[in-house]
Design a protein around this ligand. Sequence first.
Ligand SMILES: NC(=O)c1ccc[n+]([C@@H]2O[C@H](COP(=O)([O-])OP(=O)(O)OC[C@H]3O[C@@H](n4cnc5c(N)ncnc54)[C@H](O)[C@@H]3O)[C@@H](O)[C@H]2O)c1
Length: 328
Amino acid sequence: MFVTVTKSDVGVRVGLVGAGGVARRHAGTLAAMPEVELVGVVDPDATRAADLAAEVGTTPAADVDGLLARGLDAAWVCVPPAAHGEPERRLAAAGVHLFVEKPLGLDVALAEDVRDEVRAAGVATAVGHHWRSSAVVARARQLLAGRNVRLVVATWLDRVPPVPWWSQRAASGGQVVEQAVHVLDVARLLAGEVVAVHAVVDAAPPAGGDVDSATAGTLLFASGAVGTVAATCRLGWKHRAGVEVYADDLAVTITEDKLEVRDPEGTWSVEVDPAVARGAADRSFVDHLLGRPGPGTVVDYDEALRTHRLACALADAAASGATIRLDG
Ligand SMILES: NC(=O)c1ccc[n+]([C@@H]2O[C@H](COP(=O)([O-])OP(=O)(O)OC[C@H]3O[C@@H](n4cnc5c(N)ncnc54)[C@H](O)[C@@H]3O)[C@@H](O)[C@H]2O)c1
């Protein structure tokens, strides 16, 4: 027996907070769902809010309070890392369920604070770790079940993303917190909790920014497995983002669009459309809000906070030169 947690009679009334690139993606997916009504879009850039609202058949609101006045079941919070906190607090206090884009913020303290307020408000949460909704991640999980993972190699080798805030550490948190957090989340899912990290960086920043150009980190998992994290933003293209997992006689490589497997019997691979997992993350949360049983994956705020802690620990380790221990 599932309990419907929305206030609406017919479905889920959704507001969008942020009208940039990722909000546009979510808005398109949500607008295509018959059970979802998009009730408004908020962005300090009023033109952006108006443009996105028009694209998906709704109207802009002046601010979060203006959105709340329209009556909401849920909000998709799609703001840059430095803008997290206030929107979540205000919405949760009003009893609005939250889909929050990663990362949860620039540091752990704010995310823990939001986690506490969200818990106290009793609202449902999901975070945009859509890799977990991918068929290749699910298949990798099946293949690794019951095996001892020995080594994890997580990589994010990319260009500087084309958003103005990304190269500023105070706005984005840097590449590991903002981007590599996706592959760290998959690493945790497949190999368990990390108990210690160390990292070094190439601190020479990309043009106009102050984030590191490259990070090389090490991970020690609670299981005894070890791992590495390699990230750079100094390519002119997205080169590779993925997770390699090595167990006894099994090598598994996961990217957003492919799973490659090698074992003593040979090598095989399967390709998927990454758009499917992205859409599935939205679908799963809407189903959750409607109280529908479904196979989908919802990564809630608590679970995402564990991954965020790991990403922040790597950033702290890089800044301090120290080995940082986590609770596991
Ligand atoms: N899960 C994914 O695959 C994925 C993909 C892309 C981006 N993201 C994440 O989504 C977030 C946004 O990325 P983006 O590419 O859409 O950035 P963007 O710059 O294109 O859009 C962000 C928008 O948020 C607005 N904004 C800033 N402060 C706000 C506030 N307080 N209230 C409402 N709106 C506010 C900005 O004006 C801007 O329009 C980032 O944290 C990014 O990491 C996730």
